[in-house]
Design a protein around this ligand. Structure first.
Ligand SMILES: C[S@@+](CC[C@H](N)C(=O)[O-])C[C@H]1O[C@@H](n2cnc3c(N)ncnc32)[C@H](O)[C@@H]1O
Length: 310
């Protein structure tokens, strides 16, 4: 078993019909666990994307036995079209997006995703670009901070936390996870449960730093446009904001004319109790899948050019 076990592996392999072979794009290759399972099941080729260079290094090791079938690319999945066009790919058989943060990123030292250690407040999945969390927290207005924490953290004490951040940073820069967590804990009390009061704020800042929800709908539409007829898309979301976008986008693609997909999951698929016990991170995972409509090449006039123009 991998140290960072991927979620709902059997479900992903089955929904993507990897046993039939073909070319897949793993848009969030991470430690390579899902890709490995797809290759073991019969996938012929995988293009694996990740915006995190450290994840790509781990994926390279995991997928070393299939090196000739795999290409790893440092890219944001919102650049999927460019990645495929540059490789002169016409269509693919399946696309996987296992969204959000990996347990490997949460556990890695020095990345700033966890408040369980005191370390630089970075939180970027791609450390080669964009401002880190400390910079954004230093720059944002109180209003913007409150909006981010409310919207992305679904935190009802967002205004109070934003005010506390602004007054703390007037005394000196907020540069570490420990500082930010302490500021939140001073103004939001733990209410009986096990959840640390800083949890929601950390989720919000991380989503903000990585612009995780921006363009997610566009990416899903683009991914579908690259599928061959009957090709499959599988998306796994880990929090309600993300899942809402996946659900709405797939529903629109399945209903708005011209209908582009058939939903393979009317309701999201969730891990069973046994998986959640083994891998608690799987607890909040929701998997949705869709199949591209249209005829296969050779079946009729629609088959050849389903993809919308670039
Ligand atoms: C939940 S993990 C995927 C784990 C992977 N399925 C496995 O089997 O190990 C999500 C991964 O997606 C990457 N990621 C998140 N957003 C991304 C984006 N917009 N573009 C590319 N990679 C992204 C993260 O860096 C992380 O490595």
């Amino acid at each position: 078993m991998l140290a960072h076990e991927p979620v709902m592996v059997a479900e992903v392999v089955a929904r993507l019909a990897a046993a039939q072979g073909g070319r897949f794009v793993d848009c969030t290759v991470g430690a390579g666990g899902h890709s490995r399972a797809l290759l073991e099941a019969g996938a012929a080729r995988i293009i694996g994307l990740d915006r995190d260079l450290e994840a790509l290094a781990v994926a390279e090791a995991t997928l070393a036995p299939w090196a000739s079938q795999v290409e790893l690319v440092h890219a944001d999945f919102r650049e999927l079209g460019d990645v495929l066009r540059r490789r002169a790919v016409a269509t693919v058989d399946g696309v996987l997006a296992d969204l959000g943060l990996s347990s490997m990123q949460v556990d890695a030292e020095g990345r700033g995703f966890s408040f369980r250690r005191d370390e630089p407040l970075d939180m970027r999945m791609d450390r080669t670009s964009g401002p880190d969390a400390a910079t954004l927290v230093a720059r944002a207005s109180e209003r913007e901070l409150a909006d981010v924490i409310y919207r992305y953290g679904e935190e009802r004490y967002a205004r109070r936390i934003a005010r506390a951040i602004v007054s703390a940073r007037a005394r000196g820069p907020i540069e570490t996870t420990g500082q930010l967590a302490a500021i939140v804990r001073r103004v939001v009390w733990r209410s009986g449960g096990r959840i640390d009061p800083a949890t929601r704020t950390f989720q919000a800042v991380r989503i903000w730093v990585n612009a995780e929800l921006e363009g997610l709908d566009r990416f899903l539409r683009e991914a579908v446009s690259w599928l061959r007829p009957q090709g499959r898309l599988v998306a796994i979301a880990f929090h309600s904001l993300e899942d809402r976008i996946v659900k709405q986008t797939l529903r629109q693609l399945a209903t708005d004319p011209p209908r582009q997909v058939a939903l393979l999951t009317k309701r999201p698929v969730m891990p069973d109790d046994e998986e959640v016990t083994r891998n608690p991170r799987a607890r909040s995972a929701k998997l949705r899948a869709a199949e591209r409509l249209g005829r296969l090449q050779g079946e009729g006039p629609e088959g050849a050019s389903l993809r919308s123009p670039a």
